[in-house]
Design a protein. Sequence first.
Length: 193
Amino acid sequence: MTDVLDISLTGMSVETSASSHGYEVAVATASKPAFTKPAPLPKQPAQNLVARHWRGEFSLARSYWVNHLLLGCGVGLAVGALAAAINVRAVEQPVRWQISLGLTWGVISLFSVWAVVGVWRAATAYRSTGKRVWGNAAKATIVLGMLKLTYSLAFIAIPQASGLYGIVSGDAGVGPHAFKVLSAAPASRSASR
């Protein structure tokens, strides 16, 4: 049995036997470099909470109510307790106020970005299932929360930090600051004046 091959360079047809044709194809295939793109591996879900939330792998309800809201309350309480512990002796050492302020706003900002990205991605995945109402509502509240955080950073955190920096570094307009703890006057004596 013979096969007819069309050779495009010469324009002539060449007859070859089936057995030699298979050999030629095998040699030609083996001699070509194989630059084929390997098939991508399926994406394995992350095992820890932080990565899974960041990727939006949780349901919208869990991302919003548990990870964002409940965990956010826990982080807020922990940061408040840390700030209170740092500020115990802050009256005598205003540098501690500066450290406490930086830690507080830093943790709040980092947690907020992590929570917002996770909820946003979960809401996008939820909306792709055809249910748009709760996905849109979650995104709207996230946008409002980020606007509030931006406002708080611009009009609360930055003025506090600059005021404390002025105290720590010595404000030229006010002069050097000194903190002195005075004994409190008895209540009956100050009330009689």
